[in-house]
Write a protein that binds this ligand. Structure first.
Ligand SMILES: [Zn+2]
Length: 509
C-alpha cells in the first residue's frame, strides 16, 4: 500500500509518477518499492512505457484515491497511441494485459516486438519544459507525448527533444525523476532543417490526438478501404480501386525528404517489391505501426481525426455493376444500344468518342454487358469494302479545313500550318495523304505555310504579347519570345522588317 499518491501531472507517464513517489518517500530500494506497489519482487520485465498489473497497483493506491485503472491506462500510458489502429477486440486484449498482467509476451501482443519501428532507447525530454516545470512546480516529470516514436519536437515549445540518461530498454532500470541530473543541459539548438520541423510538428499533433482525445477504433479492413478511397480521390487509384503504385511511390518520396524518412525509421526504396508503402496498402493482416499510419495519412493530406469520424468506406470495387442502381443502369444501357444503332458499323473507339461519358460509365460499372453488346472492331473486313473515295475526299477536306481553322485560332505561340500538324489535330495517320484523296491533297499543299510566313506570324504574335507587358519592345526581346534564339542574323533582319511594317501601318491609321 502506498502512503499517499503524488498529484499526477498532465500527460505524465506512470513511470514518472512512481519515480516521484519514490523520491518523496526517500525510498532507496527498488525491490521494496515494487513490493509496496505490486505486491511482489518483480524481476520480470518492468517496462517503462508498457507497464502491466495496473489492477494491483491501483489497489495499492491510498484508500482516499479516486484514480481508476482505466484512467491510469488511458492517461498515463502509451496505450491509446499503440492501439489506435487496432481493432476493438485487440485493443481490449491489450488493455486486459496491462490491467491484469500478461507477462513476457506482452510486446508481441502490442505488435512492437517484430516491428521495424523501435522505441527510443532513452527517455526523452524538452529542456524548456524542464526549465518551466522547475520554476512553476519545483520539480519536473516525464511526458508521454515526448516518448512517442518519431517525436522529434516538443509541441508546446517547438524545440527539439533531447535524450536523457535513462535507458528504458534495460528492464533493470530504476525509477528516476526528470531532473537536471539525468536531463543534461546539452545546449544544442534545433538540429533539424525547418521542413523537417514542420512535418514533424504535424505528425506530433496527430499523435497527440490519438493519445489524448481519440477513443474510437476501426478494423484494419475499414482502414485499408479508407485509404483506397482517399487514394482514389487523389488520383492514385482507379475507380475500382487498383492503386497506381508507381505514381504513389514517386509522390511519396517527393513529399517526404529522405532524411526525414530515415529519422522516422521509414526509409523506402521505390524499386523494392517489399518497401513498406507497397505492403502497407495491401489488405494483409500484417501489423502496421501507428507511426506509419500517421506518416501515410499526413502524406495524403488527411487529418487523422477524419479516419475515426468517417462512418462508411468503399474500398476496392470488384462487383461494380451490382452497385449501380437498376433504373440508372437500364437507362444507360438503352442509351448505349441506341447509340450503336444510330452509328451502325462504327468501331468501338468511334462509339467511345461519340458517347464519351456514357461509354466511361458503362465501361466501369457494367463491363461484361458492354463487352457483349458492343461491336468489336473488324479492321480487315472494312479494308476489303469498296471505298467511296469521292465521299471520303470531301469528308477529309472538311476535316482539314476545320483543323486549320483551329490551329489559327489557338492561343499561345503560333503553330506552323503543315500537314503533320493538321493530321495531329484531326488525329489521323499518314493514310490522310492517300493519292485518291485528290481535293484534300491539293488543299494541304496550298495551305502549307512556308517558313518565312510562319516566322512573320510568330513575330507578330510576339509583338502583340510584348505590348501587354511593361517595357520597350526590342528586336532582341522579340527574338527570344518567338523562340528564334539570340544570335540568328536572318531572323533579326526579318524582325526589323516586320517592325517597320507595323510602324508604317500605325502611321497610316
Ligand atoms: Zn517543451
Amino acid at each position: 500500500m502506498m502512503n499517499f499518491l503524488p498529484i499526477i501531472y498532465d500527460d505524465e507517464i506512470l513511470f514518472s509518477v512512481i519515480s516521484r513517489y519514490k523520491q518523496m518517500c526517500g525510498m532507496v530500494s527498488k525491490q521494496a518499492l515494487e513490493e509496496d506497489l505490486f505486491n511482489q519482487r518483480r524481476n520480470m520485465n518492468t517496462s517503462v512505457l508498457f507497464p502491466q498489473e495496473i489492477n494491483t497497483l491501483v489497489q495499492n493506491f491510498p484508500p482516499n484515491s479516486q484514480v481508476t485503472v482505466r484512467e491510469v491506462i488511458i492517461n498515463q500510458t502509451l496505450y491509446p497511441f499503440y492501439t489506435a489502429f487496432l481493432s476493438e477486440q485487440r485493443s481490449e486484449e491489450i488493455y486486459r494485459g496491462m490491467a491484469k498482467g500478461h507477462g513476457k509476451g506482452f510486446v508481441n501482443l502490442l505488435g512492437i516486438a517484430g516491428s521495424k519501428i523501435k522505441t527510443n532507447d532513452l527517455l526523452k525530454f524538452c529542456p524548456s519544459c524542464l526549465h518551466d516545470d522547475m520554476e512553476h512546480l519545483g520539480e519536473s516529470y516525464w511526458r508521454r507525448l515526448h516518448q512517442i516514436p518519431g517525436a522529434l519536437y516538443c509541441i508546446k515549445h517547438q524545440v527539439s527533444l533531447r535524450n536523457s540518461k535513462i535507458i528504458i530498454t534495460d528492464s533493470r532500470v530504476d525509477f528516476y525523476c526528470a531532473d537536471e541530473d539525468v536531463c543534461p543541459d546539452q545546449n544544442e539548438e534545433n538540429i533539424y532543417p525547418p521542413i523537417i520541423q514542420d512535418l514533424n510538428l504535424t505528425y506530433i499533433r496527430n499523435a497527440s490526438f490519438l493519445l489524448s482525445e481519440n477513443q474510437k477504433r476501426k478494423d484494419l479492413t475499414f482502414i485499408i478501404n479508407f485509404y483506397i478511397d482517399q487514394l482514389r480521390e487523389k488520383g492514385f487509384a482507379s475507380k475500382v480501386g487498383s492503386v497506381y503504385i508507381k505514381e504513389l511511390l514517386e509522390a511519396f518520396v517527393q513529399f517526404y525528404p529522405s532524411q526525414y524518412l530515415e529519422l522516422m525509421q521509414s526509409s523506402i526504396d521505390v524499386d523494392k517489391e517489399t518497401n513498406w508503402v507497397r505492403l502497407f496498402i495491401r489488405n494483409n493482416n500484417k501489423n502496421r505501426s501507428p507511426l506509419r499510419h500517421l506518416l501515410f495519412m499526413q502524406f495524403l493530406g488527411i487529418d487523422v481525426k477524419e479516419l475515426f469520424e468517417v462512418e462508411t468506406v468503399t474500398g476496392k470495387q470488384t462487383i461494380q455493376h451490382e452497385r449501380a442502381p437498376h433504373l440508372e443502369l437500364d437507362k444507360k444501357r438503352k442509351e448505349w444500344l441506341k447509340l450503336i444503332q444510330d452509328n451502325l458499323g462504327a468501331s468501338r473507339s468511334k462509339l467511345k468518342n461519340i458517347g464519351k461519358a456514357l461509354h466511361t460509365w458503362l465501361y466501369v460499372n457494367d463491363r461484361p454487358w458492354y463487352d457483349k453488346v458492343t461491336p468489336i472492331e473488324i479492321v480487315k473486313r472494312k479494308r476489303k469494302e469498296s471505298i467511296d473515295w469521292e465521299k471520303r475526299d470531301n469528308e477529309c477536306l472538311l476535316l482539314a479545313n476545320k483543323a486549320v481553322e483551329m490551329l489559327m485560332k489557338k492561343e499561345g505561340k503560333p503553330i506552323r500550318i503543315i500537314p503533320s500538324n493538321i493530321r495531329r489535330v484531326i488525329g489521323v495517320r499518314r493514310w490522310f495523304h492517300h493519292k485518291k484523296l485528290v481535293k484534300t491533297g491539293k488543299y494541304l499543299k496550298e495551305i502549307t505555310e512556308d517558313l518565312e510566313s510562319y516566322r512573320i506570324r510568330k513575330i507578330n504574335w510576339a509583338i502583340d504579347e510584348l505590348k501587354q507587358q511593361e517595357g520597350s519592345i526590342t528586336v532582341y526581346k522579340i527574338q527570344l519570345y518567338a523562340g528564334f534564339g539570340g544570335s540568328n542574323r536572318e531572323s533579326k533582319q526579318l524582325i526589323e522588317k516586320v517592325l517597320i511594317k507595323v510602324d508604317l501601318l500605325k502611321e497610316n491609321q
